[in-house]
Ligand binder design. Structure first.
Ligand code: UDP
Length: 161
């Protein structure tokens, strides 16, 4: 409705970002959170999870048949991940840009993958790739009660809603 009436993006748009086990092991959690805070997005949910094979296969349901899935499963269940929900205008598309190309070889410098990784099998971070994907993934990883609607005291300096 907001978009229809004002032409402005939805300031309540949300996406799922996860620091994968390699990112946690390499102590990159803080730097990744910092990038999203610095940009001006709002953290509305955060937890550390030891991912089960079942949860992973739901998360990556489109990839289950891929030849690399067994090694992806091994990697993603090898240690804890830090999973977060971030909120703000156009956050789905913007975070894909901040995260960079799936294959770090193609990722631009300045992106998370372009700055911290060299191989597709250890690319540090996950970001939902569409509005619908974000909605599905947020529901899969979080219960509604664990996502907090909080007022940002500085909101008016970063966006107009
Ligand atoms: N992946 C991999 N080998 C490949 C392609 C993908 O190990 O050849 C892994 C990689 O960790 C990637 C994840 O599978 O991030 C999901 O792949 P997708 O194509 O959904 O990319 P993403 O949305 O993460 O950029």
């Amino acid at each position: 409705l907001c978009l229809l009436t004002s032409g402005l993006p939805d300031v309540r748009e949300r996406t799922l970002i996860a620091v994968k086990p390699d990112g946690v092991q390499r102590r990159l959690v803080g730097q990744i959170i910092h990038r999203f805070e610095q940009r001006g997005f709002k953290l509305v949910g955060l937890k550390m999870v030891q991912v089960s094979e079942d949860l992973l296969s739901q998360h990556y349901r489109e990839l289950r048949a891929k030849p690399f899935y067994p090694s992806l499963q091994h990697y993603m269940t090898s240690g804890p991940v830090v999973v977060m929900v971030w909120e703000g205008p156009n956050v789905v598309q913007t975070s894909r840009k901040m995260v960079g190309h799936t294959n770090p070889t193609e990722a631009q410098a300045g992106t998370v993958r372009g700055d911290f990784s060299v191989h597709v099998s250890r690319n540090v971070v996950h970001a939902s790739d569409s509005l619908e994907g974000a909605r599905r993934e947020i529901q899969l990883w979080f219960q509604g009660k664990d996502l907090l609607n909080w007022e940002c005291c500085n909101q008016g300096n970063m966006m107009e809603d």
